[in-house]
Ligand binder design. Structure first.
Ligand SMILES: [Zn+2]
Length: 259
């Protein structure tokens, strides 16, 4: 049963990842994600259904448009594979559970946000708010179905706490921590708080550690300048996903603290 769930979620992730490619390309450009249908950015030929199969189409077209042979970015299959892997991982971690859909929605939102932030240093409201609404609605449904209202309560408290903390950090240093990160923080607090306070602390700590290590490495190798803004949303997504996927193992030594 679990194997079927993991494979099913992995395939769903590939399909959702294909949609996230549209989000990543169009939302920062202010375009609709519904219409028009996908077209080649070089020759504007519509993309046929058979050329729109996640990962496989890119492979059998050898990364080129069928009509004009313009290269198709490797980003497309990468986003699809990442989402597929994260969905399969969430299924493996949570199993057959009411809260699984909420964490699939969270993973999908974070893939799109991290990718957009890495490329453009923004976390668009048009992605943050739908992610928050989807995660909140799905966790409320999960709480109702499994009578785990206390999990939801902890999530809401952690969402408020993380949001307030980031609001204050934004006031202190708006160049390092932009307002997009403040908007995203409650989503992460809510989802990780549902799992436990320890997961929230782990996610927050991991995000900053990953950010600090990568930031120092990038400055040391002169890839970025010291005063250059960093895509903090990428670190937040990485820390959150680490807490989601490796939380039980990483928090095991602290079991006695009853977080
Ligand atoms: Zn083309």
């Amino acid at each position: 049963m679990l194997a079927i769930l993991i494979v099913g979620c992995g395939v769903l992730g590939l399909v959702i990842g294909s949609f996230l490619n549209v989000v990543i390309y169009r939302v920062p450009r202010g375009q609709s994600i519904v219409a028009p249908a996908s077209a080649c950015p070089s020759c504007a030929s519509p993309i046929l259904a058979r050329d729109n199969v996640p990962v496989l189409s890119w492979l059998w077209l050898r990364g080129r448009c069928r009509h004009c042979a313009a290269p198709i970015s490797v980003q497309y299959p990468l986003v699809e594979l990442t989402t597929g892997a994260l969905f399969a991982g969430a299924a493996a971690r949570l199993g057959v559970a009411w809260d699984l859909p909420a964490f699939l929605a969270l993973a999908a939102g974070l893939v799109a946000l991290a990718w957009i932030d890495a490329q453009r240093l923004i976390l668009p409201r048009a992605v943050v708010y739908p992610t928050l609404i989807a995660v909140a609605a799905l966790l409320t449904l999960a709480a109702a179905a499994s009578h785990q209202w206390h999990h939801l309560l902890v999530g809401v408290v952690c969402a408020a706490a993380w949001g307030l903390l980031f609001f204050l950090m934004n006031l202190a240093s708006p160049r390092i921590l932009g307002f997009g990160d403040v908007r995203l923080a409650p989503v992460l607090g809510l989802a990780l708080g549902w799992l436990g306070v320890g997961d929230v602390l782990l996610g927050f700590f991991a995000a900053n550690l990953i950010g600090a290590v990568l930031g120092i490495a990038l400055i040391a190798t002169r890839t970025i300048r010291r005063d250059q803004p960093v895509p903090y949303g990428v670190f937040l997504a990485a820390g959150t996903l680490l807490a989601l996927y490796a939380g039980p193992e990483l928090l095991a030594p602290f079991q006695g603290l009853h977080l």
